[in-house]
Design a protein around this ligand. Structure first.
Ligand code: HEC
Ligand code: HEC
Length: 214
């Protein structure tokens, strides 16, 4: 007798459903970005900015061990897709992997933001940025603390120079200019872009690896 009422009810229900469905995507809010990714010209940088801060802070990237290869970075990104359903296609994964390897493992030129602390040189005690320096110059792709890889272990270097009062200056100088014939036939490339203060920080760090019982 009152088809009007029935129709309205159906209509209202439909409208309600449609409105709900349409508004749902708008309710997603992205978390505020707390830190920034290291800038780069690579396409992977833009992709990472869009996709890597969706679920967590990009700090997670900074906390990975230094010197990771492109294969390792790509596997890490693929894990985000496979384990946590990050919205990434195969091309995204490759591009972001390449970007992370270049910008976080020192296979690219260090970003211009890298600056030695302006503190005056006092026997190179400013070791604050050593982890960054090691990562950006790929030191740990040729050296490990405990064992020889391409170059001597830092422990062996520290042991050899432990009684040499000039050790910091000697090692800083060899890092800047390159080194050959000290440990074998394989030369170490020079790091002319590093500032004297940075070279000293690295030398102090290496020399500290023998003394720390660990
Ligand atoms: C869909 C959500 C999601 C997205 C998008 C995402 N991650 Fe993750 N990520 C996670 C989760 C979940 C963890 C594990 C969190 C934990 O252990 O606290 C994690 C952990 C990590 C870690 C720490 C190491 C590890 O394996 O646990 C790194 C590094 C990382 N993510 C990098 C990335 C990068 C690079 C991207 C961009 C390509 C990305 N994530 C995008 C969910 C995501
Ligand atoms: C491409 C590989 C490679 C890289 C990258 C590399 N090294 Fe070396 N390093 C070597 C080799 C090989 C030697 C041994 C050279 C020699 O026999 O004179 C060496 C020697 C050294 C020594 C000892 C020098 C001496 O006179 O006894 C120190 C200290 C050192 N490296 C630190 C570093 C630091 C810090 C970095 C990053 C800034 C670095 N290395 C990057 C290969 C490398």
């Amino acid at each position: 007798m009152k088809p009007f009422f029935a129709n309205t009810a159906v209509l209202l229900a439909l409208c309600g459903y449609a409105a709900y469905a349409a508004s749902e995507p708008l309710s997603i809010k992205l978390p505020a970005e707390t830190t920034k990714l290291r800038p780069s010209d690579l396409p992977g940088y833009t992709l990472a900015t869009q996709k890597c801060a969706i679920c967590h802070s990009v700090d997670y990237i900074e906390y990975q061990p230094p010197g990771m290869s492109e294969t390792q970075w790509t596997a890490e990104v693929r894990k985000m897709q496979q384990a946590y359903a990050a919205p990434l296609n195969e091309d995204d994964i490759k591009q972001i992997g390449a970007y992370l390897a270049a910008s976080y493992s020192g296979t690219a030129a260090p970003p211009t933001g890298l600056q030695a602390s302006p503190a005056p040189s006092t026997r190179g005690e400013t070791i604050t940025d050593v982890k960054t320096l090691l990562a950006q110059n790929a030191c740990l792709s040729c050296h490990a603390i405990e064992q020889k890889i391409v170059g001597p272990s830092y422990r062996d270097v520290a042991t050899r120079y432990k009684d040499d009062p000039k050790a910091v200056d000697i090692l800083a100088d060899r890092l800047g200019k390159g080194s050959t014939g000290q440990w074998g036939d394989i030369p170490m490339p020079p790091f002319p872009a590093l500032k004297p203060e940075e070279l000293k920080s690295l030398a102090v760090f290496v020399l500290g690896q023998g003394r720390q019982a660990q």
